[in-house]
Write a protein that binds this ligand. Structure first.
Ligand SMILES: C[S@@+](CC[C@H](N)C(=O)[O-])C[C@H]1O[C@@H](n2cnc3c(N)ncnc32)[C@H](O)[C@@H]1O
Length: 347
């Protein structure tokens, strides 16, 4: 398993390799992670660092939602609904769909709402990437069929690296495909690490601990494809000119499609190796801190005449830390956004 993922999981005081082995399905693993996050919503991040960031994030979601009037809203990856204000969304919109692979977190958040808002919120359990779940199922079948660990790892790596099959790309199972606000809430950096860790565990359980999915540290490009499929789906279900807000805690970018159909890059922060280093997007400029891939973001944004709401800088010095262990790769995420923007521009 990617040591960065393990160190993050284990920093929550959970022996993740053991827990992963006990789980009957990948969905159970997501439920476990959301339970841990409910017991420590900051996931060990110092309060001085996390709390202002959270307040700021909630405010940005509110601003992005403000472009959308009312109508229907969809939140992909709501989890425990800790980083946005579900009550505000339920008050503003006629209907809010919480779409997550884990039902427990969103359902608890829904139950906590005042009764008059609860009926407006529904929970839909499905794969927001509309893709990864099918790839994982195919890889699990391949592991089940294989009699050699080396062959199985190679076949799974091949499955993860292959371009998506036409049959994999199905629309999200929504009752209606028309939303006036879509929030992709920290799903993108979470789309691939647990599935990869899950498949790695399956390999180890069948063929022993030496059997390994990673190949010289290379991450299969499933992250990029899954991110693109997810963003394309999010955009497909969005009513023209309404807001799509995308957030990601590793490479933090929030983009809103405004009523005039231009995109607003709200903010971005990112860090090499999953560390959190840069928090700011000052007027397409760059304030001299380390960064990865910001040029791509700027390239993407410039095609859409972005307007920044404001910049935000985490109180790193006060928190006594300059990195947060993270997961996911910033460059692939930014690249996905860039490609998404190109796809959109090309119709
Ligand atoms: C880090 S959490 C987001 C934080 C969350 N908004 C909160 O406040 O608790 C990521 C969420 O994305 C969900 N998730 C991960 N991969 C997903 C996928 N492929 N489809 C749908 N949800 C997914 C996880 O279950 C989790 O609830």
């Amino acid at each position: 398993m990617d040591p960065r993922i393990l160190s993050r999981m284990n920093s929550w005081g959970v022996d993740f390799q053991t827990e992963m082995r006990k789980a009957k399905s990948l969905a159970e693993v997501y439920t476990l992670v959301n339970r841990i996050r409910r017991s420590d919503s900051r996931c060990g991040v110092p309060a001085a660092f996390f709390n202002p960031f959270l307040a700021w994030h909630q405010k940005q979601v509110g601003l992005a939602a403000g472009f959308s009037g009312n109508g229907r809203a969809l939140v992909a990856g709501p989890g425990n609904c800790g980083d946005f204000q579900l009550e505000c969304l339920a008050g503003r919109f006629d209907e809010v769909v919480l779409l997550d692979v884990d039902a427990e977190g969103p359902e608890i958040a829904r139950q906590r709402l005042p009764e008059h808002l609860r009926g407006k919120v529904s929970v839909l359990v499905c794969d927001a990437s509309a893709y990864v779940g099918r790839v994982v199922a195919r890889a699990e079948e391949a592991i089940g069929r294989s009699s050699s660990g080396t062959d199985a790892a190679a076949v799974v790596r091949g499955i993860l690296a292959a371009p998506p099959l036409e049959s994999d790309l199905r629309p999200l199972p929504l009752e209606s495909d028309s939303f006036s606000f879509v929030l992709s809430d920290d799903v993108l950096p979470n789309i691939y690490p647990l599935p990869i860790a899950w498949l790695d565990t399956k390999l180890k359980m069948k063929f022993g601990d030496d059997c390994n999915l990673s190949d010289g540290g290379q991450v299969p490009p499933i992250q990029l494809v899954a991110a693109l499929v997810h963003l394309a789906e999010a955009h497909r279900i969005l009513e023209p000119g309404r807001s799509l807000a995308v957030s990601a805690s590793v490479a933090y970018v929030t983009v809103a499609v405004t009523p005039d159909n231009r995109e607003r890059v709200v903010y971005c922060h990112e860090g090499p190796d999953g560390g959190l280093v840069l928090i700011s997007a000052p007027r397409l400029g760059f304030d001299g801190e380390r960064h990865v891939g910001l040029d791509l973001l700027v390239g993407m944004a410039s095609g859409f005449s972005p307007v920044f709401f404001e910049t935000y800088r985490l109180p790193l010095a006060e928190a006594g830390t300059d990195t947060i262990p993270g997961i996911g790769t910033t460059e692939t995420f930014i690249a996905a956004l860039h490609e998404f923007a190109c796809l959109k521009k090309n119709g």
